[in-house]
Design a protein around this ligand. Structure first.
Ligand SMILES: Nc1ncnc2c1ncn2[C@@H]1O[C@H](COP(=O)(O)OP(=O)(O)O)[C@@H](O)[C@H]1O
Ligand SMILES: [Mg+2]
Length: 434
């Protein structure tokens, strides 16, 4: 390593990496020329090549990745190639499959009489009693339509005053989502939409989930969390949580009145929805850091409950990953960064809303750009071996310095080897309950 690669590299984004950057030649390829990506690759002195050339590191869209892994492509990766998606990431990122996998995982644990699958009776808002998982009740009750229509109706009748949210499985950014508070509305929609309830006529399926109608509000506004989770292996499971997640706020005050049911500025926290609202603020972009949320909650609710909430979020992430680990194609060339959408209710219980395999890398504010730049930078450091050259034979155990703003969530290999002495506050919640 020569002298100038040893010093800290600072640029327009500030001092971004305490570790010296190796000026090694990595050939990267991408079909998404996002500035946070390109500036990271450039700073590392990487060389851009085309898909048909000899690349080591591919940042691809999910579609390109699927094509590459398809049988027809006949492409075989060598040991020095890495790519940013697992071929069947949709097991986690499709709304219907996520629910299906979590339901299956809970059943499996129940069959094994695992204490994690313990159940207890809870009283529903309508006064009925339901049997719910104590530790694995982290997704709102959800059904896939049209397939589970009868089951949905049965559940609906238990508490007819509840609100439900309909979401198309294959869409994102709030597209096609609506709320319903009456079965008749769903029936009307089904009649008018013609195809959706006839699987032969339409590929489009929906999930219908219990609407979390008691979200935690700050300044009277609903928000959700966007957390970034990096997975470098599913078997054994190795996952990291990025500390710099953020809250995404609605631009208007939360209001549960029926007249506001169709007002998406009240109910959907997607930036892609809120930025069209008249009250959207370009400076902070309706965002607040997770660290500020933690401070706010410590100040208003106390440290203990805040700690419990953050532990519960780590627990939820780890178990959502465990739910898919057996069905994921655990290709050694792959890593993936997931965008977790989580809603916290007013009892400080976190709910998993969905997992995105291509979280947006577009920056809406200056802070956003700095954060996303770091996300990519830290991610590359975690997934590459110490010499900076992709190599699938490496044991995927990054040094503590390589983690940057990532905290280890779980490393099953380490857990197996030793009674792990995982440091970092994010690990506590998980270990104590497992
Ligand atoms: N069950 C729910 N309860 C309350 N709000 C929800 C629920 N599901 C989704 N939302 C809101 O709708 C937004 C979009 O839903 P999401 O499942 O993330 O779909 P998309 O792929 O369109 O982002 C979420 O960010 C959240 O604000
Ligand atoms: Mg979302």
């Amino acid at each position: 390593m020569n002298a100038d690669t040893k010093k800290l590299i600072s640029n327009q984004y500030g001092r971004v990496n305490a570790a010296p950057i190796e000026r090694c030649r990595v050939n990267f390829c991408t079909d998404m020329e996002k500035s946070v990506l390109m500036s990271n690759f450039e700073r590392r002195g990487w060389n851009q090549v085309g898909q048909d050339e000899e690349w080591n590191f591919y940042w691809a869209s999910t579609q390109t990745c699927r094509n590459l892994f398809s049988v027809e492509s006949g492409y075989r990766m060598n040991d020095n190639q890495m790519i940013n998606h697992f071929p069947n990431h949709y097991e986690l990122s499709r709304k219907d499959l996520l629910v299906k996998n979590i339901k299956r995982y809970r059943k499996e644990l129940e069959r094994e009489s695992s204490p994690i699958a313990e159940k207890a009776e809870v009283i529903l808002p309508g006064g009925q009693v339901a049997n719910r998982y104590v530790h694995l009740d982290f997704i709102p009750v959800t059904f896939v339509l049209p397939a589970d229509y009868n089951m949905f109706v049965e559940e609906y009748r238990k508490s007819p005053q509840s609100t439900w949210i309909m979401k198309p499985c294959g869409k994102s950014q709030g597209t096609g989502i609506f709320l319903i508070n009456k079965l008749s509305k769903l029936k009307k929609w089904s009649r008018e939409a013609k195809a959706p309830f006839h699987p032969q006529l339409s590929k489009e399926s929906y999930v219908i989930s219990r609407y979390i109608d008691n979200p935690l509000l700050i300044g009277g506004k609903k928000f959700d969390l966007r957390l970034y989770v990096l997975v470098t292996s599913f078997r054994p499971l190795k996952a990291y949580l990025f500390q710099l997640g953020f809250c995404r706020f609605c631009t208007v005050k939360y209001d549960t009145s029926v007249t506001e049911l169709d007002n998406m500025y009240v109910h959907l926290t997607n930036v892609s929805v809120q930025k069209h609202g008249g009250d959207y603020n370009n400076i902070h972009g309706g965002k607040m850091s997770v660290e500020n949320l933690r401070l706010f909650l410590e100040g208003t609710r106390g440290r203990a409950v805040t700690e419990k909430l953050f532990s519960a979020m780590q627990w939820l992430i780890v178990h959502s990953l465990k739910a898919v680990s057996s069905v994921m194609a655990n290709d050694r060339h792959c890593f993936e960064c997931y965008g977790y959408d989580i809603i916290i209710d007013d009892q400080l219980k976190p709910w998993l809303v969905e997992v995105n395999a291509s979280p947006s890398l577009t920056s809406t504010t200056v802070n956003d750009r700095i954060m996303k730049y770091k996300l990519i930078d830290n991610m590359i450091s975690v997934v590459l071996p110490p010499d900076g050259i992709p190599d699938v034979r490496w044991n995927k155990t990054p040094s503590p310095e390589a983690l940057g703003n990532f905290d280890l969530l779980i490393d099953e290999e380490l857990l197996e080897k030793e009674d792990v002495t995982c440091t970092g506050r994010t690990f506590k919640g998980h270990k104590s309950r497992n």
